[in-house]
Design a protein around this ligand. Structure first.
Ligand SMILES: NC(=O)c1ccc[n+]([C@@H]2O[C@H](COP(=O)([O-])OP(=O)(O)OC[C@H]3O[C@@H](n4cnc5c(N)ncnc54)[C@H](O)[C@@H]3O)[C@@H](O)[C@H]2O)c1
Length: 432
């Protein structure tokens, strides 16, 4: 099928490449000409494992453009994967989605099925359909399908090719069948439903995962008080099939472009409907505080970090991605700078994105060794494999004062003992 994918971010680009890999004729459109120029040269504007290789392998089935005429005029399916950021009040900003609607009205021809992959508040697809069709000629009324995306950054290709489910919601049976055909070669279970339920499946899923993270983080904080170890606690909980082991890893909270905004958007919507979700309010509040917990731990060792050299390991919101949106580093590093600390930072792939926001005030290092050399304290913000594999005794030999505050529990307590470092982590007893 001829498929136009709108937006070449994490969702649009990965979707486009995966659809090209099963033989569809894909054209990706973006308003960002820098991204399109890179893609035309076979380079990915985002880091995602395996993406560039797939781009090269399926280049005959995928093309890139900024030209709306080229993008929309010949499409059988238009998949919308543009951003839906948060507004200042926490609600979802649909500006990009509606600007695509305007482009579809102006440039599309025939009767393409419009598929909304962006995460949009419950009720949006129905309104989007009315909006488009009220601007189209009477004999050209387009069908809309809600098809939320569940991929995770860092494993996006695998998540798309081997998704747990594909959700398709619409008020139009023919359109549902067409979208089914698009995905059938993947052999993934497909769930059919209405617009609202489909949109809700996405929000309820993301909010539940965020809730689990905040829950385990609160339990971790309590573990520290009562002398329990969160790693053992989470392991013991995870063996229970009713609970499962995923998303029970204690740390300094969730970040990224989805959980923070999707929790706020669902809470905003629930409050607006007079049915405020108290669990989600708590999830958001716990997560906001959790990011700063490592600074509180540092205060046990220094009255102030003013003038001290602080090493920061990890800038991205999680390993496997160069995305720093809503990453704990974006809150912690400015707080460190504010106190007058000299910040040295390392990340294997996110420095380029982070340094655009903080070009001068941070010293960016090429290696973990260089980052911790002479440091008075080290904060671990992302559980990169390089950090997990790092020889712990190096902290003692290279740092001025070997105090390591690990926000991601990268090391087992047993590994750290006897290595000559002070080690604080989340939900476990300090090693001194
Ligand atoms: N990133 C994730 O892990 C993930 C997972 C599931 C769902 N989602 C949802 O998918 C949507 C997209 O997320 P993302 O992370 O891929 O966003 P992104 O910010 O990485 O990419 C969005 C792209 O859309 C482009 N764009 C904006 N307006 C456009 C227009 N009118 N025409 C063409 N291109 C346009 C932007 O230039 C940008 O390249 C969001 O709603 C998000 O919540 C994201």
């Amino acid at each position: 099928m001829k498929i136009t994918v709108v937006g070449t971010g994490y969702v649009g680009l990965v979707t486009g490449v995966c659809l090209a890999s099963i033989g569809h004729e894909v054209i990706c459109v973006d308003i960002n000409s820098r991204k399109i120029e890179l893609l035309k040269r076979g380079k990915s504007p985002i880091y995602e494992s395996g993406l560039e290789e797939m781009l090269r392998e399926h280049r005959n089935n995928i093309s890139f453009t900024t030209d709306p005429v080229e993008a929309y005029s010949d499409a059988q399916i238009i998949m919308v994967g543009v951003g839906t950021p948060e507004r200042a009040d926490g609600s979802c900003d649909l500006t990009y989605v509606y600007s695509v609607a305007d482009d579809i009205v102006e440039y599309s021809q025939g009767n393409p099925v419009i598929v909304i992959k962006s995460t949009v508040p419950i009720g949006t697809c129905q309104k989007f359909k009315k909006y488009i069709n009220s601007r189209m000629e009477k004999d050209r009324q387009l069908s809309v399908v809600s098809n939320p995306e569940f991929l995770s950054q860092g494993t996006a290709i695998k998540d798309t090719l081997h998704a747990s489910r594909i959700v398709i919601g619409s008020d139009d049976g023919d359109a549902i069948r067409t979208v089914r055909e698009v995905y059938e070669p993947f052999g993934i279970p497909i769930i059919e439903t209405d617009f609202q339920s489909s949109e809700m499946i996405k929000y309820a899923s993301n909010n539940y995962l965020a809730l689990r993270i905040s829950y385990i983080n609160e339990i971790a904080n309590l573990c520290e008080e009562v002398g329990a170890d969160i790693t053992d606690v989470a392991c013991g909980m995870g063996y229970d099939k009713r609970i499962g082991s995923m998303f029970l890893k204690a740390g300094i909270g969730y970040g990224g472009s989805c959980f923070p905004k999707d929790t706020k958007a669902l809470y905003w919507l629930s409050e607006n409907q007079g049915a405020a979700l108290k669990t989600i309010r708590a999830t958001i509040d716990v997560n906001t505080e959790q990011k700063f917990i490592i600074l509180k731990k540092a205060a046990k060792y220094y009255d102030s970090l003013k003038g001290l050299t602080v090493a920061v390991l990890g800038l991205s919101f999680k390993p496997g991605t160069d995305d720093v949106r809503e990453a704990p580093s974006l809150r912690i590093i400015p707080a460190l700078i504010e106190t007058g600390a000299k910040v040295k930072a390392w990340d294997p792939i996110a420095v380029s994105n982070f340094s655009k926001l903080f070009p001068d005030v941070v010293t960016y290092c090429r290696t973990i060794e260089e980052t911790i050399d002479g440091a008075d304290i080290c904060f671990i913000l992302t559980e990169w494999q390089d950090v997990i594999n790092f020889d712990i005794s190096e902290y003692a030999s290279r740092m001025k004062k070997p105090i390591v505050i690990d926000g991601r529990n990268c090391y087992a307590i047993g590994e750290v003992k006897g290595k000559g470092i002070v080690y604080e982590s989340i939900g476990r007893q300090a090693v001194k």
